[in-house]
Design a protein around this ligand. Structure first.
Ligand SMILES: C/C(=C\Cc1cc(O)c2ccccc2c1O)CCC[C@H](C)CCC[C@H](C)CCCC(C)C
Ligand SMILES: C[S@@+](CC[C@H](N)C(=O)[O-])C[C@H]1O[C@@H](n2cnc3c(N)ncnc32)[C@H](O)[C@@H]1O
Length: 230
């Protein structure tokens, strides 16, 4: 499964940012800013952005920790990471404050208790072992540090659930098809079916040892941000 997921994101890398803007009507930037805000980055902090992709959240964190802070963007898609690196090059202060790391978030190349905070945007739903991913996140956070985990999920409201599926079937996949990535975007629907809802995400967070865990539904309940603290 790991290779399949990595291959999906390596293939969609050239159109990823554009499709996110088109398909969310630009809203994904707001949803990501919410996750950044709720992770409470402070000037001088050392932060971690897991499953960083093309770096939207990583760059937002770098703006907040400033030139005295540092952000590590971690992803196993070489193609998306290359896009992230290209976006940050030449843009002060990103060069000095961001390190891009090609790695599997299920086996982070960092010592324990390293980070003042972390984010994970649309990544948890794509890993093959959710509890393992939460365990690794817990391990590398400093005591009392927070993390904000943003992702889609199936809304509890049946009408919204139907709208979400209609939108995926009649907007997302047809537009992705025009750009030659139909199968890659068709993957979203089954990934949602197997992804836990907010209540279960909170339970999983407590099971790996987080001291607090709260799930905040956003985008009319079609997305959510799980905020945890160690
Ligand atoms: C940034 C967004 C999605 C990231 C994303 C996550 C994945 O797991 C993928 C898997 C495979 C291919 C691509 C992705 C991927 O891009 C959110 C914006 C893009 C969404 C595809 C748009 C879907 C939005 C909601 C279902 C409905 C919003 C309706 C509203 C009227 C905008
Ligand atoms: C939908 S993208 C999200 C990218 C970015 N966070 C954003 O908000 O746009 C999911 C990302 O998770 C990465 N990913 C999935 N599983 C991973 C894993 N086990 N280790 C590292 N990266 C992973 C993919 O390569 C992809 O870049």
């Amino acid at each position: 499964m790991t290779h399949e997921i990595r291959a999906i994101f390596d293939r969609i890398a050239p159109v990823y940012d554009q499709l996110n803007d088109w398909l969310s009507l630009g809203q994904h930037r707001i949803w990501k800013e919410m996750a950044i805000k709720w992770s409470h980055p402070q000037p001088g902090d050392t932060f971690l952005d897991l499953c960083c992709g093309s770096g939207d959240i990583t760059l937002g964190l770098a703006r907040r920790v400033g030139a005295t802070g540092h952000v590590y963007g971690v992803d196993f898609s070489a193609n998306l990471l290359k896009m992230a690196q290209e976006r940050s090059q030449g843009n002060y202060p990103y060069q000095s404050t961001i390190t891009w790391v090609e790695a599997d978030v299920l086996n982070l190349p960092f010592d324990s208790n390293q980070f003042d905070g972390a984010t994970m945007g649309y990544g948890l739903r794509n890993v093959k072992d959710i509890p393992r991913s939460l365990q690794e996140l817990y391990r590398v956070l400093k005591p009392s540090a927070k993390a904000a985990i943003l992702d889609f999920h199936r809304p509890e409201n049946q009408q919204l659930r139907s709208f979400q599926q209609w939108y995926l079937d009649n907007v997302v996949v047809p537009i992705a098809t025009q750009l030659g990535v139909k199968e890659e975007y068709a993957y979203i629907s089954p990934s949602l079916d197997r992804f836990p809802g907010g209540k279960e995400q909170v339970e999983l967070a407590y099971e790996v040892g987080f001291a607090s865990a709260t799930h905040y539904p956003i985008a009319n309940g079609m997305m959510g941000v799980l905020v945890v603290s160690k």
